[in-house]
Design a protein around this ligand. Structure first.
Ligand code: ROI
Length: 166
């Protein structure tokens, strides 16, 4: 039987392009670290990135956070959505500007296909603003679906991505 208390290593994508994105990412990081059942947080450098999707919106700031957690993936999702809401996230415009986006990218080796949560995150394999910060804090042999992080990075240009913090 799987012990639900055994911590899982999870990776979370952070993004913002409204209302002081750097401050939003730092405050989201603090809020996640303050959750019960979250330990060993490691935040990647922050990156500035050109918007994927509609271009008539500001550049994004993106980062990836690794945590250990004894929460379930659904419990973690609920906590992340509360943090998004506390940062004024309004869920209306698809692919539009946002004050804070928190996505579960990976949750241990779990493959999740729930109506409200798909893990590994569907788009992460194609997104430089996820893969490059991930590579700063994860081993290059990390498996993402059928591929390793190194394989995905090799196929993903770093266009429009700039590290803004160490
Ligand atoms: N583009 C970038 N660069 N960063 C994001 O976090 C981001 N998030 C999104 C869409 C609108 C797809 N574009 C993005 O949701």
């Amino acid at each position: 039987m799987i012990d639900s208390q055994t911590p899982v290593e999870a990776y979370i994508g952070l993004g913002s392009n409204l209302d002081n994105p750097v401050a939003n990412l730092h405050s989201a990081y603090q809020a996640i670290c303050a959750l019960n059942s979250v330990t060993s947080p490691v935040l990647s450098p922050l990156y500035s990135s050109k918007p994927v999707g509609p271009q008539d919106q500001p550049d994004y700031v993106n980062a990836v956070l690794r945590i250990n957690t004894s929460l379930s993936a659904q419990q973690l999702l609920t906590e992340l959505q509360q943090i998004e809401n506390a940062h004024g996230r309004v869920r209306n415009i698809r692919w539009g500007a946002r004050t804070l986006d928190l996505d579960i990218l990976l949750f241990g080796n779990e493959v999740i296909n729930d109506t409200n949560l798909i893990v590994p995150h569907v788009e992460m394999a194609n997104r430089g603003f996820v893969l490059y910060p991930l590579a700063d804090i994860a081993p290059s042999d990390l498996q993402i679906g059928q591929s390793s992080l190194a394989q995905l990075l090799a196929a993903c240009p770093a266009d429009g991505l700039h590290k803004i913090t160490e």
